[in-house]
Write a protein that binds this ligand. Sequence first.
Ligand SMILES: [Ca+2]
Ligand SMILES: [Ca+2]
Length: 280
Amino acid sequence: MRRYIRKFTKLESVLLIIIGVLLVGIFVEKKSFAEQGGESPESGELSILKEIYVNLQTLGYGSDDGNNGAIWNRIISSANWVPNGTVTPDKVISGYTFYNGDRGEKVGTYNVPDYKAQSYQKVDGGIVSPAEWTKTNASPEVWKDKRTGLYWSPRQGSMTNSFTTVSCSFFSATSRGNYNGAESACGNAINACSALELDANSDGSIETDWYLPSQGELLQAYLDGMYLATNSSWVTTDAFWSSTENQFSNTYAWISTFNQGYSNYAGKSTNNYVRCVRSD
Ligand SMILES: [Ca+2]
Ligand SMILES: [Ca+2]
């Protein structure tokens, strides 16, 4: 009986030793492939962590800085990274995707003119590809051209436009809505828009970054079908001042109408109507 127990104990001991060796082996193995920071001293192979770290480092992702060691710091910072930037859906061409602020895919909404379609255009003024004009404030009326992102103010007064490009700060302000002055060198029309305080989007907050549009902005509004797409009593058939000087003579600046796209240069000291624009 005692001999039997001794034999069993020996067998048990052998099994225990084998199990113990296996457990140590598994432990050593796990340690080298899951938690070890560098190369395995036994196998000489790279641990998975080290491999990930080297890959991230090669790609320039993440940073070694932090409190968890260079390898974990780079992996954690790479995992936590989110794309960021200043772009918004209305700045990205419609249908194209991008990432900003989180890892959710976003889709652009910005509409660009389809110039291919214009070869079929019989009448100008947004017949083929009308831009989407939205009334963003009911009283006083403000309309937004989705294609350019510009909000258009109601008609302001009729006034002169005696600006001097070399000394008026409006022409060095970035963006132009940042010009908030009343410099005499900027003339009445530019200063009227600089002083305009108007809620563009009916959110109860007044916008003050209005400015006098350029010739190009006036003509684009016509091409985008402003007259047909908006309230005709709001848009009117008047000629409006631009902030663009005639390149042949600095005594003239450009005016334009929205109903016919008429464009002509006018003496800066003559009176024309003013309409102001801004963008988000
Ligand atoms: Ca202003
Ligand atoms: Ca507002």
